[in-house]
Ligand binder design. Structure first.
Ligand code: NAP
Length: 361
């Protein structure tokens, strides 16, 4: 890998784009050289284009304020010449996002995407770096399809599942996860909103998030999948059923999980696996990776979203309330930060893994 990579943020003015800008402004390996968004923002400086739309409590990074925004759709050649790879988080129709990301890849720019558009393209890896890093081995097959030497697309999974999939996946090898019922209680930043822009959520719960239940049930099976003949073939099991609910919380998604195993583990066996789980990002000491991936809290009233979401750069997963169930084997609660672990932070960690494994050279 190189010492330093030139990076573009496509969708830099949006909520996830702002998270990317904040994380990357301090990053030891990645140096932001391009910010891009729609034609509405192109030609303005980052500070002018975002203005009052800045949604984070941390201020806009000084060194990015005066960068002039490029047009994500019309300046692809110019962007390709100025970066080693891009992060992409845009709000556009899915078919347009698919086409846009492929244009960057075909222009020999690796794309690390937050968008859902390519999650089910069979040769596009959907990665949680601690869980399925081996799916990166599909990239040569994708490059062969695209006819590229460097360019490819890698995506992260939906934010809703970033707590419960890791907590379950790490138990699967030994005990076989069979059936999972999950209810998620999701923050409003997942809809790109704040309490100012979503006043209807104050003192309220909205029991519907469009498309989220389908993603929460289907995406885990691709993560559990295997590479066969140049494709990632989704697994048939475990079986997931999900209800996803929007709650009046700014950041952090909480999941209430019920699980049945092929071979029921003891409580101590589960706790030991969670406590000792460490994976490639920890081994490689990737800058964005949490030192400890899964934290377990013994207190009855933990993990509370507000108290645990920021642990270790917002990249750790917090579990608690593990107890036996009358219908399933075990039930528990888990929490992860939706715009850090679940969006920009997860994508930065994925890019670090790609760099460390030589895919960005
Ligand atoms: P957002 O705040 O609405 O930002 C959208 C971004 O897309 C802006 O930079 C916008 O630029 C740009 N854009 C819109 N239309 C465009 C066009 N025609 N051409 C080029 N750029 C265009 O959205 P977000 O919440 O950051 O989400 C971005 C993506 O990440 C979405 O696909 C979303 O599903 C995904 N995601 C979000 C979260 C989350 O927690 N929010 C989590 C995971 C994944 P302008 O400012 O110029 O309009």
């Amino acid at each position: 890998m190189k010492n330093s990579y030139k990076v573009g943020i496509i969708g830099a003015t949006g909520m996830v784009g702002q998270r990317f800008a904040t994380i990357l402004s301090e990053h030891p390996w990645f140096n932001v050289t391009v910010l891009a968004a729609s034609g509405r923002s192109a030609g303005k400086t980052y500070a002018e284009a975002v203005g009052a739309r800045w949604k984070l409590s941390a201020p806009m990074p000084e060194k990015l304020k005066d960068i002039v925004i490029l047009d994500a759709q019309n300046d692809i050649e110019k962007i390709a010449a100025a970066v080693d790879f891009v992060f992409c988080a845009v709000d556009m129709p899915k078919d347009e996002i698919r086409a846009l990301e492929e244009k960057y890849a075909r222009a020999e720019v690796p794309v690390v995407s937050n968008n859902s558009a390519h999650r089910f393209t069979p040769d596009v890896p959907m990665i949680i770096p601690e869980i399925n890093p081996e799916h990166l081995e599909i990239i040569p097959a994708q490059r062969a399809r695209l006819g590229t030497k460097r360019g490819f697309i890698a995506v992260k999974s939906n934010c809703s599942l970033q707590s419960y999939v890791p907590a379950l996946y790490v138990l699967d090898k030994q005990f076989g996860v069979k059936d999972v019922l999950v209810c998620t209680y999701q923050a409003i930043s997942g809809a790109g909103r704040t309490f100012e822009t979503m006043p209807e959520i104050i003192d309220n719960i909205i029991p519907y998030i469009g498309g989220e239940e389908e993603k929460s049930e289907k995406e885990p099976l691709k993560i559990w999948g295997k590479i066969e003949d140049g494709k990632i073939v989704p697994a048939c099991a475990p079986s997931f059923t999900a209800q996803c609910i929007r709650v009046p919380v700014s950041d952090g998604h909480l999941a209430a999980v019920f699980v049945r195993f092929e071979k029921k583990p003891t409580k101590q066996e589960i706790l030991d696996i969670w406590a000792n789980y460490s994976a490639k990002p920890q081994e490689l000491k990737l800058p964005q990776a949490p030192e400890r991936f899964i934290h377990y809290f013994e207190e009855d009233n933990m993990p509370q979203t507000k108290l645990v979401r920021d642990i270790d750069k917002g990249m750790a997963i917090s579990c608690g309330r593990l107890r036996e169930d009358t219908q399933y084997d075990w039930k528990f609660i888990c929490v992860s930060h939706n715009t850090l672990r679940g969006a920009a932070g997860g994508a930065v960690e994925l890019a670090e893994l790609l760099a460390a494994e030589g895919y960005l050279d």
